[in-house]
Design a protein around this ligand. Sequence first.
Ligand SMILES: Nc1ncnc2c1ncn2[C@@H]1O[C@H](COP(=O)(O)OP(=O)(O)OP(=O)(O)O)[C@@H](O)[C@H]1O
Ligand SMILES: [Mg+2]
Length: 237
Amino acid sequence: MTDLLVVEGLEAFYGQSQVLFGVSFTIGKGEVLSLLGRNGAGKTTTLKSIMGLVPPRAGRVRFGSTDITGRPAHRIARLRIGYVPEDRVIFPDLTVWENLDVARRPPLPDGREAWTEERVFELFAQLRPMARRLGGTLSGGEQQMLAIARALMGNPDLLLLDEPSEGLAPLVVQTMLEQLLRLKETGLTILLSEQNLTFARRLSDRVCVIVKGEIKYAGSMEELVANETLRRAYLTV
Ligand SMILES: Nc1ncnc2c1ncn2[C@@H]1O[C@H](COP(=O)(O)OP(=O)(O)OP(=O)(O)O)[C@@H](O)[C@H]1O
Ligand SMILES: [Mg+2]
């Protein structure tokens, strides 16, 4: 499998305080990798470092054949990397349709089907009847779906999802899981940050566990789930 994203030895700081210590992993094209870890472990910082929002002080990030380390965030965002931050940024004063429309970017001429509002509504059916409603009036789950949909309108090759299930009711989490599974079937490459093991388990091909800014486990979800010592040591389960 060709690696679409290669992260190598990332070190990141907030001021004087170091939060990532040599974080390395790869994601193959079409693969879903889950980055698991407790609160404050460094999941969000890892995603932000990839996106150039917290520029790494050491290490490298390669996306396809391009070294994107140290590039400014707005330039990285222009590459085919969709980023859905944990605070689900949507425009509250724009309608659902407008939220999607402003996020549209032309697809690459590689023969893949481009994302349109219609295609988004096929995936996130509950957004369709809300097309004319203001983003700010949507429920938490609907806003999360809209945030993911906005990222898709940019026709990404790689999608970074920061804890999409967080704070959502169990029924909504279930719906979102089914939607993300369908998204995975389209061949999209996904880096998922999660604390919800059940959610991540259904979606991921491989997992990494991050503990205090270090990757402590990388491998299959089956092995992690089967190994209670590992789970207890590194995760809140
Ligand atoms: N803007 C910031 N300034 C200073 N320290 C920060 C900042 N953001 C995060 N940190 C610290 O960096 C560490 C890693 O935080 P990060 O947000 O990456 O963790 P996380 O795994 O995403 O946690 P959560 O599950 O709560 O979202 C934590 O110790 C956190 O307190
Ligand atoms: Mg986080």
